[in-house]
Design a protein. Structure first.
Length: 142
């Protein structure tokens, strides 16, 4: 059996979108892919609303941690096979990966900036969660 391809989801803070994407890929296709996430400027926590909306889907991301992109670059770490930027600004603050690393752009709105009532903010987190899930299912399904 060949090694699983390493997929790294990248955003600025690594607290919402990239964490949800990491959880979905691991849950849906973890037998084929190693799912990772990181931030160009990691927040240091996983957003409670991201944890809550993923739990609604039966996916526990409460033990995931916010990580720096530098953890996946030599000499500290091993580069992934693919980097998927899930926001439009992560690339601006991102170090250069080796040429062998594929780069994909999947910009999603940042639910961290949702305003309004608790319900309105949760609705925004759910909307973004569902968009991420759909993109992952469409891209990684056989």
């Amino acid at each position: 059996m060949s090694a699983r391809q390493r997929i790294l989801f990248l955003c600025t803070g690594n607290s919402c979108r990239s964490q949800m994407a990491e959880g979905f890929l691991r849950h849906l296709f973890g037998d084929r892919f190693e799912s990772l996430s990181a931030g160009a400027k990691p927040a240091g926590y996983v957003h409670a609303r991201a944890v809550a909306v993923m739990a609604e889907c039966g996916i526990d991301i409460s033990t995931q941690v916010s990580k720096s992109i530098r953890d996946f670059l030599p000499p500290q770490g091993t580069p992934p096979d693919v980097v998927i930027s899930v926001c439009s600004t992560a690339d601006e603050n991102c170090p250069v990966f080796p040429a062998s690393v594929e780069r994909w752009q999947w910009p999603f709105d940042d639910p961290f900036h949702a305003t309004g009532s608790e319900l309105e903010q949760m609705l925004e987190f759910r909307r973004v969660r569902d968009e991420i899930r759909e993109q992952i299912e469409n891209k990684f399904r056989d």
